[in-house]
Design a protein around this ligand. Structure first.
Ligand code: NAD
Length: 493
């Protein structure tokens, strides 16, 4: 047996480990960053009236990437004014003309895909493989999809006229910065609305780079405006009196704060909030495929995924086998430089998020769950967390109830279908779920009884612009994607 076959795995039979050390394979495309970004208002980059900027930091090495403008009340107001002025012309354009702009944006994004992927990875910490193969192509797909709708709006609600709402305020999180932006802009613009959007403070760069594309596409000034800043700027965007609708993606806590802020107004709202999804594996499931699905479900994007399969529910007869295979599988995950094409887990998005993950993992140990982390050297600089499994988790543990938003899987077991359903639904959230079984009838029953906006069967984390995405319960309301997503940006007449 070769020397290393026992080394990392610590057991015979595992044939990966450091048998296959890869040479570094860094992605080298130039992300074309500017040292300083202004606000994007009325089609131009402008200085913030606050006169203030903040740093955007590369979480992989803690180096500053660029300075980002901090928008205050006067800036947000200027953005809304520009959007309100643009609305009359934009909403009056025939849908096919609006569609042309969206097609153009999609194609320009494809042209600059590598550059955007590198910028997204440097700004957010996600592996380049994911930004290259998922975030950027999927963002372009959303623009293409909604471009296709723009001249077919009479089919959004047959028999009724779907009219735009006006100016919409949008706030997005840091886990899929460009993709969340495309989810928000695509349907709003196709329907004829104008937009004021705030990206997350740690990941504003790809929004500002997309502003360059909007300029190149000659999108009329004011149709889309980007204001940057943290929560205070977000509250200004959500609370502005000119907003006909607000769309928020982020934590349930902030979603609730926005709803309190807007209570008593007639503002339309969409809330895409947190999750604590159950990924349920039955004893008749194809176990090796399920293990891959579990790994993808929780370690994709370092677990910074609202619909992450963060609670694994395993049927007791196969629990030991599944856990043992999972441990073997995560021993060979590569954690490190997000720009390396071989990296599986990149950097945690910020120090604050790393601290939150560390705290919740410590609570799991304190409350009696059993932690497993493979031996895993982490880079000295930057924010990293090893892939982590917890067994002997009970439903009352914090790690089974709270959204960790990191590469941490809590494993519980069940004996019957009813118990699986009850445990899966025993959460305030309801964004997604996964079911692994050979039985079609069981999939149908589970997908009916699980209170989750998306239920994946024998797969996980599959997305398509035509498929509506959204939550039940404290995961929010409203849908993004598909016909339903367009309806959330329309007034039916
Ligand atoms: P967050 O709620 O802290 O921040 C989200 C955005 O809201 C950021 O842009 C932030 O600056 C802004 N913000 C903060 N306070 C605000 C306030 N008082 N008013 C208005 N805006 C404010 O969330 P996060 O940590 O950036 O993102 C992670 C969360 O997002 C997770 O809970 C995740 O599940 C959720 N998420 C949900 C979906 C979905 O589709 N349901 C998708 C991605 C992420």
């Amino acid at each position: 047996m070769p020397r290393n076959r026992r080394n990392r795995a610590g057991r015979a039979g595992l044939i990966f480990g450091d048998l296959w050390e890869f040479d570094p394979a860094p992605e080298t495309a130039d992300p074309k960053l500017k040292p300083r970004y202004g606000l994007f208002i009325n089609g131009s980059f402008v200085r913030p009236r606050t006169g203030r900027h903040f740093d955007s930091v590369n979480p992989a090495n803690e180096r500053k990437l660029a300075e980002i403008a901090l928008a205050g009340p006067a800036d947000v107001d200027a953005a809304y004014q520009a959007a309100s002025r643009a609305f009359r012309g934009w909403s009056a354009l025939p849908g096919r003309e609006r569609g042309k702009y969206l097609f153009r944006i999609a194609r320009l994004l494809q042209d600059r895909a590598r550059e955007f992927a590198v910028a997204e990875t440097m700004d957010g910490g996600k592996p380049i493989r994911e930004s290259r193969d998922f975030d950027v192509p999927m963002a372009a797909a959303h623009f293409f999809y909604h471009a296709g709708w723009a001249d077919k709006l009479e089919y959004v609600a047959p028999g009724r006229r779907a009219a735009p709402l006006g100016v919409v305020g949008q706030v997005i999180p840091w886990n899929f910065p460009l993709l969340m932006l495309a989810w928000k802009l695509g349907p709003a613009l196709a329907m004829g609305n104008c937009v004021v959007l705030k990206p997350a403070e740690t990941t504003s760069i790809t929004a500002l780079k997309l502003a360059e594309i909007l300029q190149d596409a000659e999108l009329p000034p004011g149709v889309v405006n980007f204001v940057t800043g943290a929560g205070e700027t977000g509250a200004l965007v959500m609370g502005h009196p000119s907003a006909a609708k607000v769309a928020f993606t982020g934590s349930t806590e902030v979603g609730k704060a926005i709803m309190r802020q807007l209570a008593g107004t007639d503002r339309r709202m969409t809330m895409e909030l947190g999750g604590k999804a159950a990924n349920i594996v039955f004893d008749d499931a194809p176990i090796d495929q399920a293990v891959e699905g579990i790994v993808n479900g929780i370690f994709f994007n370092q677990g910074h995924v609202c619909c992450a399969g963060s609670r694994l529910l395993v049927h007791e007869p196969v629990a030991e086998r599944v856990v043992s295979k999972l441990k073997n599988r995560i021993r060979v995950l590569r954690v490190g430089d997000p720009l390396d094409k071989n990296t599986d887990l990149g950097a945690i998005n910020s120090r604050a998020q790393l601290d939150k993950i560390t705290r919740l993992v410590a609570s799991g140990v304190r409350e009696g769950a059993v932690k497993f982390q493979p031996p895993c050297p982490l880079p000295e600089k930057g924010f990293y967390f090893p892939p982590t499994l917890f067994t002997k988790v009970t439903q009352s543990h914090r790690i089974a109830r709270e959204e960790i938003f990191g590469p941490v899987l809590s494993i519980l077991t069940f004996r019957t279908v009813d118990e699986a359903i009850e445990k899966a639904n025993n959460t305030p959230y309801g964004l997604s779920a996964g079911v692994w079984t050979d039985k079609g009838s069981r999939i149908l029953r589970m997908s009916t009884e699980l209170k989750a906006g998306v239920v994946w069967a024998n797969t996980f984390n599959k997305f398509d612009p035509s498929s509506p995405f959204g939550g039940y319960k404290e995961s929010g309301f409203g849908r993004e994607g598909g016909r339903q997503g367009l309806l959330d940006y329309a007034r039916l007449e």
